[in-house]
Structures are given as structure tokens and as C-alpha cells.
Design a protein around this ligand. Structure first.
Ligand SMILES: [Cu+2]
Length: 122
């Protein structure tokens, strides 16, 4: 145990170093989108259905539910994003698109609703 004590300050420093990594993410280029949920001929759809960013971008999405009634979800499972949006009460989500690929966006409350996609370019 005595041999570990000199290491203790170094172990405590690990926390600020990790916080520094989070700050680096905050300096990433930011892309902001507004998606609107509409009902068209019986289908609920977030529009635009596809959003595209470059890998490493901090993505902010403002979510507006304009369907006649009820609440809808917006989720990007790959990046742990999930929000529930009521009509008249916009929500915002934010994440870093840290991996390139094509990822589904869904209404996690109603799996039958039309989904979209997030395209992250390398
Ligand atoms: Cu829905």
C-alpha cells in the first residue's frame, strides 16, 4: 500500500485530464438542424428525413412536433440520443457524431412511424 501512495496524486489527476477531453469535443465544429414532425396522409414523419455531417461534428438538433396530437420520440440509438417531444414544446438534443456511417433515426415510441437517417461522412 505504501508503494501506491506516491501514485495517488497521479491517479487524482486522471479526472481533470478526462474533463479536458470533453472540452476538446466542445471545440468541434457544430452543425445545427431543425427537424419537424408532421403527419402526411396518415404517416408521421420527421422532416428532413436525412441529415448529413462530417465525423467529429457536434450536432445540435431542434425538434418540433407539429402533428395534430400526441407526442413523438426522436432517437438515434447509435449515439445514445433520445427525446420525447410534445406538440408545442420543442426539445433539443446534442451529441458528437464520433463515428462515420449511416445510422437510423427513429420514433422510439412508435416503431411503425417513418424513420430517417443520420449520415456521418468520414
Ligand atoms: Cu411517434
Amino acid at each position: 500500500m505504501r508503494r501506491l501512495l506516491p501514485l495517488l496524486p497521479a491517479l487524482l489527476l486522471a479526472v481533470p485530464v478526462m474533463a479536458g477531453a470533453a472540452q476538446a469535443d466542445e471545440k468541434a465544429p457544430t452543425a445545427t438542424f431543425t427537424l419537424v414532425n408532421v403527419e402526411y396522409e396518415g404517416s408521421k414523419i420527421w422532416l428532413p428525413g436525412t441529415i448529413t455531417v462530417k465525423r467529429g461534428t457536434r450536432v445540435k438538433i431542434n425538434l418540433v412536433n407539429n402533428t395534430p396530437s400526441g407526442q413523438h420520440g426522436f432517437a438515434i440509438p447509435k449515439f445514445g440520443v433520445a427525446a420525447i417531444v410534445d406538440k408545442g414544446q420543442p426539445q433539443a438534443v446534442e451529441f458528437v457524431a464520433s463515428e462515420a456511417g449511416i445510422f437510423p433515426t427513429i420514433c422510439q415510441l412508435h416503431p411503425a412511424h417513418v424513420g430517417g437517417q443520420l449520415v456521418v461522412l468520414p
